[in-house]
Design a protein around this ligand. Sequence first.
Ligand code: AMP
Length: 323
Amino acid sequence: MSITVVGSIAYDTVKTPFGARERMLGGAAVHFALAASFFEEVRVVGPVGEDFGEAELDVMRRRGVDVSDVERVDGGRTFFWRGEYGWDLNSRETLDTQLGVFEGFQPKLSQLSRSSDVLFLANIQPDLQREVRAQLPHARFVALDSMNLWIDTARDSLVSAIADVDCVILNDAELRQLTGRPNLLAAARDVLSWVAPASSPNGAGRGPSVVVAKQGEYGAALITEEGFFALPAYPLETVIDPTGAGDTFAGGLVGYIAAHPREELSDELLRRAMAHATVLASFNVEEFGTERVERLTGAEIVTRIGELRSITQFSGTPVRLRH
Ligand code: AMP
């Protein structure tokens, strides 16, 4: 089952306490695609500028990602983001965001990209997310990510976009900001109650049934109508650059779901998807940008899934409690 993703394709300049990189390959759609490519064929939709190199496209091609809907805009500049992290890698400062070719971009999806039955609306202006969503009205599973910038500047459009998807993946602080609710569960319940209007491509009355709250180095939580599940981040002694961890996480989650087309979207399936998402994200942060995931192998993923399982299990041996 193939996956279509729309989102930023970027050059990132990043500084962490452990080093720095200038204009490395980045962008939400790129990190997502590399991770999801371990599970299914991925088609990337988005614009790049004249400055974008073939070598960067080759990074995606080498993982079998279909880049034929990556549109090169004559005279345009590729999306650029500059950020810096302090010792607390959970908090970062955005120093520059240049939308470049994303300004005025009108997504034109090929027949192939429109035929995917899984869609990921990676972090980008919510109007664009909605335009792409409308072009895949029959997608089986649609997930969306966003960020504080769009909550601040385009909240109404973002709320409409969210009402038209099945799964929302946000940082926990962003979920609180979006809903105005300080409690994470209450915030997630709010989002789960949003429904699509009659005019929506998703069908009136449908709305998100899955909320995933990303919590940086503390892991991620899953909230559905059925219940709650949480996993810690995979414990690493060396974290070099968290940029793209959220998108890589989303690539693992959505990729795993796409790879199980005959299973209904149960909490049991979602828990396994959360484990794969957690493991993919853990590799991403070991090196700068896409460097680690570019060399990642399926065998490494399988080994780490086993390790994650063993560190998150405990026995149910009862104890006689005093009262
Ligand atoms: P993450 O660390 O998973 O939140 O994602 C980081 C990636 O998001 C970087 O590679 C950036 O290029 C990209 N990014 C940063 N700001 C934006 C934005 N406003 N819109 C779209 N993508 C962004």
